[in-house]
Design a protein around this ligand. Structure first.
Ligand code: WTA
Length: 649
């Protein structure tokens, strides 16, 4: 049984880490017994302009969900991530930027330089009329200016909303309009894996569907030709020539919004998750320090994109609040070859390496010869995030990358949670391949029986994962729609935060995430709502109806399987399959492209017209022996046709 395979921390790790088992147990116990005192103490890890006197004021009560932490304190996040380090480590590298091509030179940006860049950037934004509370959308490559832009917003109190640069122009315009942004920050082009995406073109297309007054600030990355609009477009390097590098940080309330980040849910279009200032920074910085056992002077590398929450918390805010050296990587794991990650680890002497299981599975498939040439002796801790890791990939990571000496921290969390909720601490918790193990300080996970909502108190349990009480990094609301916030996370199970994940707790009290229990799928660690893909498909003129489900995929974790019913008179063909795939790509982005499209003359529906997704999932999984009861279907014969013509065999 994989459950029984345990990997305890080495004695050396336990002795030198921020927390050994006894420390973890004592701190965890204190954090749940008296959260007020625990967080009153740990809130001090960051600098406050006006210290808080109220620590926790939170309620999950139906109709009255309200989450406030440190609510009367004031601070500035950019000052915490930059200014407060200047005296002690002004000349230390804050950001190491590794460009897409290994032939181009890496950049080392010190805290002093970061300060100057961010202040100038902030003054440029001010010059464009951006002030406290205004929204700024970022649509950026993984370049240092993405971090400068985030911190510049934080410095002047503007709210950033990053849109992953792999999203299409349509998805971008929806997000610009969703937050009423004043400015979009982008670059001329984004090199990735040797290919260049013309970001500014996408922005221009998106802005056709936005208010005429939305301005665009452009970073010169590639120097390629781009179309500049007659008004409202500004080049960063030109605007920076005219501004000073002095920009005093704005005094922000702990509960002022820091950023909006759109994420997929089970229904409707993506929602804008709102994180605020004080609690978020306390939680991001504390998890960064403890989960990765980060020590002064170490080089930390999280391979995520700043377009996802992982990039927010563990490339920028957590590490910089801790005065760390953080790596920003512009490229992809397989360019110029499958050894790139390990080449970069060797080159920059990375101590903590944090990536997604999908990348590990892809690299594992390329063979050990891409890892072996590199000196990985600087690595101390390995991390994973985004999806369950299969034991085979875990063991490969442990043996081939970590040489059996680096603890693996499998961190379970969400855009909504701001930082890790379930994770081993490297010096404290024996790991088991595939388990995110135990809760972080202050987190009270519970397993509920899915239909009754009753909490299961036995240690060994399986059901839906909820969290009993608030923690400082929790999202505060859905941008512009607090009702949706309550409905999504607090209505199915009263007085709990509902995660949307299924979970098993084993006899040792370890948590094993079993995957989403809603209509969200996880493709290569990216969250995608099946409803979003369906609405993109039915927006195509040849499509009458579509149903989308996930199915197991060896590299991506889950693939996208679409059942499509065509309009009368339309003929199915491979060309049409490609046309529909390309269509979804242009409507949402490449990550939403269906892997398999099955032509469905009819979809299995109940007599009241509800699509029976359970059946569609089983067929997509090639597991139709276990279809269960189909007697409530309006027309059971459609199922036979779907089985007959299934795509995943
Ligand atoms: C899944 C990413 C298993 C889970 C930080 C969650 C995981 C969703 C893990 C959130 C993990 C994330 N093990 N599953 N270690 N980490 N997930 O918002 O289903 O992009 O609900 O945040 O990813 O995805 P999101």
């Amino acid at each position: 049984m994989p459950d029984d395979q345990m990997f305890p921390p080495s004695a050396e790790m336990a002795a030198n880490a921020h927390a050994d088992r006894a420390t973890y147990d004592a701190m965890y116990e204190a954090s749940v017994a008296d959260p007020e005192s625990f967080w009153a103490e740990h809130g001090k890890r960051i600098d406050w302009i006006k210290p808080y006197t109220r620590v926790k004021n939170t309620s999950f009560a139906p109709g009255n969900v309200s989450i406030k932490w440190f609510e009367d304190g004031t601070l500035n996040i950019a000052a915490n991530c930059i200014d407060r380090h200047l005296k002690e480590r002004g000349t230390q590298t804050a950001i190491i930027w590794e460009p897409d091509s290994p032939d181009d030179e890496a950049q080392h940006i010190t805290y002093q330089q970061l300060h100057a860049h961010v202040c100038k950037f902030a003054n440029v934004l001010k010059g464009m009329g951006v002030g406290k509370g205004d929204r700024v959308v970022l649509y950026m490559p993984m370049i240092p200016q993405a971090a400068y832009a985030m911190l510049a917003c934080a410095r002047i109190g503007a709210i950033h909303s990053i849109v992953f640069a792999g999203f299409s122009a349509d998805a971008l315009s929806a997000r610009i309009n969703g937050s009423d942004a004043k400015v979009v920050i982008t670059a001329d082009g984004a090199p990735r894996g040797g290919r260049v995406t013309n970001l500014k073109d996408n922005v221009n297309q998106a802005l056709l569907h936005c208010d005429d007054n939305v301005q665009c600030l452009i970073v010169k990355r590639t120097g390629q030709q781009v179309a500049i609009r007659p008004t409202g477009d500004v080049w960063l390097h030109e605007a920076e020539a005219d501004v000073s590098n002095d920009c005093p940080p704005e005094e922000m309330n702990a509960e002022d919004p820091l950023f909006i980040l759109y994420t997929s849910g089970s229904t409707g279009m993506p929602k804008g998750v709102v994180h605020t200032t004080g609690g978020y920074l306390v939680y991001a910085s504390m998890t960064h320090e403890y989960t990765f056992d980060y020590k002064d002077g170490e080089v930390f590398w999280c391979t995520a994109d700043v377009g996802w929450v992982t990039g927010h918390s563990y490339i920028v805010y957590g590490p910089l609040a801790n005065g760390a050296t953080t790596v920003m990587f512009e490229g992809v794991p397989t360019y110029p070859d499958a050894g790139r990650f390990w080449a970069v680890c060797e080159k920059h002497k990375v101590a903590q390496f944090y990536t997604a299981p999908t990348a590990l599975r892809a690299l594992m498939g390329q063979g050990n010869s891409f890892v072996e040439p590199y000196d990985l002796s600087s690595l101390r801790i390995l991390g994973t995030v985004g999806e369950p890791i299969n034991p085979e990939a875990w063991n490969w990571y442990n043996d081939v990358v970590g040489k059996g000496k680096c603890p693996i921290v499998d961190t379970w969390w969400q855009t909504e949670t701001g930082g890790h909720l379930l994770t081993p601490l490297p010096g404290a918790i024996p790991t088991k391949p595939g388990s995110a193990t135990l809760p972080f300080f202050g987190i009270q996970p519970v397993i509920l029986e899915p239909t009754t909502g009753e909490e299961i108190h036995e240690t060994a349990a399986e059901g839906v994962l909820c969290i009993k009480d608030s923690w400082p990094g929790q999202m505060r609301t859905v941008w512009g729609d607090h009702e949706r916030f309550e409905k999504t996370y607090f209505s199915d199970y009263k007085n709990y935060y509902f995660t949307g994940d299924g979970c098993r707790r084993d006899a040792d009290g370890y948590y094993w995430i079993t995957g989403r229990v809603d209509d969200v799928i996880n493709v290569s660690g990216h969250r995608m709502g099946t409803a979003e893909v369906e609405s993109a498909l039915v927006a195509h003129q040849k499509v009458a109806e579509a149903a989308v489900v996930g199915y197991p995929h060896t590299v991506k974790g889950q693939g996208i399987y679409a059942y499509v019913t065509l309009m009368g008179g339309e003929e199915p063909s491979d060309e049409l399959r490609k046309e529909l795939s390309d269509w979804v790509r242009s409507e949402i982005g490449p990550i939403a492209k269906p892997d398999l499209i099955q032509w469905a003359p009819g979809l299995p529906k109940t007599r009241s017209g509800k699509i029976m997704r359970r059946i569609l999932r089983k067929i997509a999984e090639d597991d139709f022996g276990a279809l269960g009861d189909t007697s409530t279907l309006a027309d059971p014969s459609v199922v036979d046709d779907l089985i007959e013509n299934r795509m995943n065999r």
